[in-house]
Design a protein around this ligand. Structure first.
Ligand code: IVH
Length: 679
């Protein structure tokens, strides 16, 4: 094929495939069979590989993905991506309306009410009628360039063919994962895990909810995986240097004509009463939608009026988000069971008559602790209201006393451990009842094993939860030290384990011997020794011997080690069984000495400065942020005190931390401020 032929064929094929795509995804019809479509598409993919110079910038092959992004580039938004002020009640909504009325003077105005889609906000930049960048909201000032991934979303036009739209503009909207895609992915994870379980490989975690799933998906490295996840985009904002439309509604209509996906479920309202009516109508209707929504956005329609109203530092004065309260459901309490965790704490769990709640069926809810049962005055057969906290874990909120059956008894907290029947104890000042039989209570031992192999401890990902369960139940592994005594023959005796999986497991265990001392110390599961504390201790004491012989006073001289932690360590090392375990692990070859950890030192810009990190950040996971601070010479502390230099606050930063910082005059800084500090 000559160059010229290739170029024409690529153009023709691109046009055809785009046409069929559009027909299929927007008109839900098709003139050709799936097979014929795939043939056309594959031919185009092949040709583009051979003649990449002729691939069109809006080629439909971009929808299939394949492009890999290693590091997402940070881009600065041309116009900051603000958030909206929230309200949960009508009174505040009316106050919002009063403010508008006052600020606009006595003139008529209209609202547009839209659904508030629960996903990930995205800015789409079009230049010369082509989609050039898709950027996440990030901290509102800067976000990540996720263009390659976003181009796989079929409801986002890659190029614009519409007269009314200028050549360059920005569209903002929400990327969401529809329920059916979400369920499908979790089903696939379940299937994959069955296989992994058999092979003794690490299990995948399920997606928690569609919003988290969306935000994870847009940041995936492999765009072909993104393409398979069927994300959707709903446009809700049109921005341009010189606005061409007079109102929001006009923008929406033009975007729709230009093939953007614009929700049809918006309405124009003449006054706040109509807004409230819209809100009430959607309160339950929203559950019939194919994706999650968490409220209604109310916006002034007229752009000139929006300009008069302007912005506060955080949000526009011309819009507000009404958020629906978490959905409640009433159901019957069938029984309460008690679960024992790794630390011996006993948690009551309510078993419920299955009830539909915010799209899923709820059968169990947490009751937290004994005080909660008392607070609810929970009785057998009670009708209870359950609610999803953060839309994930259901909680029992209250009891409908009017429905209490006659003659029923109050729920009593167990006195003995439901697993090993040891009498429970409650330490002074603590709410949890504890089973003190630390060494003989099966779920506690199993919990300790699981903790030991977990990612942040020894990270033995070749061992899954079920495998540990099998090893424990059959007596092969009774303590973490036993893991290092397992032989291949031992594993092969179990059903479903083959040579490869056995080798895998053993290799994982072997590799864990190289994990640094801080991971080992954390993995031992000593009370109050979390990840950070373990690191502080190993940094300071260097060896397990030093740690073992330290007195209470010596322990508390280490940075951030208080009396409670010191006491817990003293108790742990007093126990001869624990000392024997440490000896066993030492003999197995685990690390009990801190190596001079070769963390790269990038600068000393933060030398002598201390930070507390709170909230969620756009550019870093929390662990990574800590590394960044340390690599510039700074220190990360866990609690706010007068001596602290900075509270680095991300989204949803802890209210009490913020308050304390303010009271003590500690400087609170944002992620972008921090990024400036390190340049
Ligand atoms: S308008 C100036 N409309 O809710 C803010 N936002 O806190 C303009 N959202 O970050 C946003 N559906 O991610 C708008 N129909 C809608 C929306 C919507 C969802 C999200 C968006 C934004 C957040 C507001």
């Amino acid at each position: 094929m000559t160059d010229a032929q290739a170029q024409t064929t690529i153009q023709e094929l691109s046009q055809k495939v785009s046409y069929y795509n559009e027909q299929y995804y927007q008109a839900h019809s098709s003139e050709i069979s799936d097979y014929e479509f795939d043939m056309l598409l594959n031919k185009l993919i092949d040709l583009e590989k051979q003649f990449p110079q002729f691939a069109l910038p809006d080629s439909p092959t971009l929808r299939v993905g394949g492009g890999i992004t290693k590091d997402f580039v940070t881009l600065t938004h041309k116009r900051p991506m603000l958030s909206l002020s929230n309200t949960y009640n009508e009174t505040e909504l009316k106050e919002f309306d009063e403010r508008i009325k006052k600020l606009l003077g006595d003139v008529p105005y209209e609202y547009i009410c839209e659904l508030k889609f629960d996903g990930v906000a995205m800015s789409l930049i079009y230049e010369n009628s082509l989609l050039t960048n898709a950027v996440t909201r990030g901290d509102g000032e800067q976000g990540d360039d996720v263009t390659t991934n976003i181009k796989t979303i079929r409801t986002i036009p890659l190029s614009i063919h519409h007269q009314a739209l200028p050549q360059s503009f920005e569209v903002r909207g929400e990327v969401v994962m529809p329920h059916d895609s979400f369920d499908k992915i979790n089903d696939e994870i379940a299937k994959e895990n069955e296989q992994r379980e058999k092979e003794g490989r690490k299990l995948l975690t399920f997606l928690a909810n569609p919003r988290n799933a969306t935000s994870g998906t847009v940041k995936m490295q492999d765009s072909s995986v993104v393409a398979k996840r069927n994300l959707m985009f709903y446009g809700y904002d049109f921005l341009v240097d010189n606005q061409v439309f007079a109102s929001h509604e006009q923008s929406l209509l033009a975007l729709k004509e230009a093939k953007f996906n614009i929700s049809a479920d918006y309405e124009k309202c003449k006054n706040i009463a109509e807004v409230i009516d819209f809100i009430n109508r959607w309160e339950t209707k929203r559950y019939d939608l194919p994706m999650d929504t968490d409220g209604i956005v109310v916006k002034i329609n007229d752009y000139a009026q929006r300009e008069i109203l302007g912005f506060t530092s955080k949000s526009p004065r011309w819009a507000i988000a009404y958020k629906y309260k978490a959905e409640n459901a009433a159901t019957i309490l069938a029984s309460v069971t008690f679960q024992v965790g790794r630390t011996g704490a006993v948690t009551p769990v309510a078993n419920l008559k299955p009830v539909k709640l915010a799209g899923t069926t709820v059968k169990r809810a947490t009751l937290h602790n004994a005080n909660e049962i008392t607070r609810l005055d929970l009785h057998e057969g009670d009708t209870v209201f359950v609610q999803k906290a953060g839309e994930i874990i259901p909680q029992v909120m209250s009891v409908d006393l009017s429905k209490r059956p006659q003659g029923v008894f109050p729920i009593k907290f167990v006195e003995n451990c439901p697993e090993c029947h040891t009498k429970l104890i409650r330490k002074e000042g603590e709410v949890a009842f504890i089973c003190p039989n630390e060494k003989g209570c099966p779920p506690q031992i199993k919990g300790k094993l699981e903790h030991f192999i977990s990612r942040k401890a020894m990270n033995i990902d070749s061992l899954g939860e079920k495998t540990v369960e099998t090893f424990f139940a059959t007596g092969l592994v009774r303590s973490v030290a036993d893991l290092y005594k397992i032989k291949k023959e031992d594993i092969l005796k179990f059903d479903g384990f083959k040579e490869t999986s056995a080798n895998n497991i053993l290799a994982g265990i072997e590799a864990s011997k190289q994990k640094p001392f801080k991971n080992v110390l954390f993995g031992l599961g000593i009370r109050f020794i979390g990840e950070t504390v373990a690191e502080k201790l190993t940094d300071f004491f260097k060896t397990i011997e030093n740690l073992q012989k330290a007195s209470l006073e010596e322990l508390t001289t280490a940075p951030e080690i208080g009396e409670k932690i010191a006491q817990s360590l003293i108790e742990y090392f007093k126990d001869t069984d624990n000392l024997a375990l440490i000896e066993d692990l030492k003999n197995a070859g685990l690390q009990f000495t801190a190596q001079n950890e070769d963390k790269p030192q990038l600068s000393n810009k933060l030398e002598g400065k201390t930070f507390v990190i709170s909230g969620v950040f756009a550019h870093y996971e929390r662990d990574a942020l800590k590394d960044v601070i340390e690599s510039h010479g700074g220190k990360v502390l866990s609690g706010v005190s007068g001596k602290l230099n900075y509270l680095l606050a991300g989204e949803n930063a802890g209210g009490s931390k913020l308050e304390k910082a303010e009271k003590l005059g500690v400087q609170v800084i944002s992620e972008s401020h921090f990024l400036e500090m390190i340049g």
